[in-house]
Design a protein around this ligand. Structure first.
Ligand code: URA
Length: 306
């Protein structure tokens, strides 16, 4: 005898709750649409279309000395990002190879002359798969003229929804830590190593970090803070090259150095601290965070920054 079609069998409330729990445990904790989407198939189709498209004809350069030339056609160095990532090579699943993605990220970052241009450059970047699962990009926030920059790892669920870093429970914890030494978001700039949320806030993998590194490095260069605070392992290791884990590195001062220093670049003092997410999970460590915040305040005071 044929069994009933299981898709037609009504599922009990308890059954539905258990399916939802299973999704959340698998990292599927945000609904982005009613129907499932095959992002891999979409990526492959886009790549095939771009391979098939004839190369766009470049507009003839117009001499910079011609005052009547339309602005967009002058041969001055391009300051803004290209409209879309030039896809150089495409792997089997339609994604850009990590090496090409890194090279493109470097070019886009280097071409951005201010934070708005950098934001646009990052929006145009297709080399990080997290972009496809995130709801939106989470760029830095706070005071872009601040002398203190705090850097976390990647947005969480609430940041992904609102498009602003550190707005979830860990962000509120960070606000309280800042308030304890007289700081708030008008006096600091906040950013993340990665601007897209990893699904289910799973740990980041190193190709994701490496490919996006030029963007946070450029963001640091454009904000040009006098003091950096790296929150957690990812920021501390990726930006400061520190190999110690955060329980050992926290509270210590390091130097952030630009990867390709130019004549104006200088090392920036940078402190490693526990990430507020970790402090929420292990509140017993808040006393170390308090020690570190006091050390930070002392350093800021010495520099005349608070
Ligand atoms: N954790 C981070 O590292 N960054 C955020 O923006 C939020 C949580």
């Amino acid at each position: 005898m044929l069994s009933e079609d299981p898709s037609q069998t009504p599922v009990s409330e308890a059954g539905l709750a258990s399916i939802l729990r299973w999704y959340v445990e698998m990292g599927v904790d945000v609904a982005v649409g009613d129907m499932p989407r095959d992002y891999f198939a979409e990526g492959a189709a886009k790549a095939a279309a771009s391979d098939a498209a004839p190369p766009a004809e470049a507009p003839a350069p117009v001499a910079e000395t011609d005052p009547d030339a339309p602005r967009a056609q002058r041969t001055a160095p391009r300051l803004g990002p290209p409209a879309a990532l030039p896809v150089r090579s495409v792997s089997g699943n339609g994604s850009v190879s990590p090496r090409d993605a890194l090279e493109t990220a470097r070019e886009l970052a280097a071409g951005a002359q201010d934070l708005n241009a950098l934001r646009a450059a990052m929006q145009a970047f297709e080399g990080c798969a997290l972009k496809r699962t995130a709801s939106q990009m989470v760029f830095g926030d706070g005071n872009p003229a601040a002398k203190i920059m705090l850097i976390g790892d990647a947005p969480g669920a609430q940041e992904d929804r609102q498009g602003v870093p550190f707005v979830g429970p860990d962000g509120q914890m960070l606000d309280r830590m800042l308030a304890a030494i007289g700081l708030d978001r008008t006096k600091v700039y906040l950013a993340n190593v990665l601007p897209w949320r990893p699904p289910g806030k799973r740990p980041l993998n190193s190709p994701e970090v490496v490919v996006c590194l030029p963007f946070i490095q450029r963001q640091i260069a454009l904000v040009s803070p006098e003091v950096i605070v790296c929150l957690g392992d990812v920021a501390t290791q990726a930006l400061l090259g520190v190999r110690e884990s955060i329980p050992r590195a926290r509270g210590k001062w390091f130097e952030y150095r630009e990867e390709v220093p130019d004549k104006d670049s200088r090392p920036i003092p940078a402190m490693a601290m526990f990430h507020p997410t970790y402090l929420l999970k292990a509140p017993v460590n808040k006393r170390y965070a308090w020690q570190d915040m006091r050390a930070l305040r002392k350093a800021l005071f010495k520099k005349g920054l608070c």
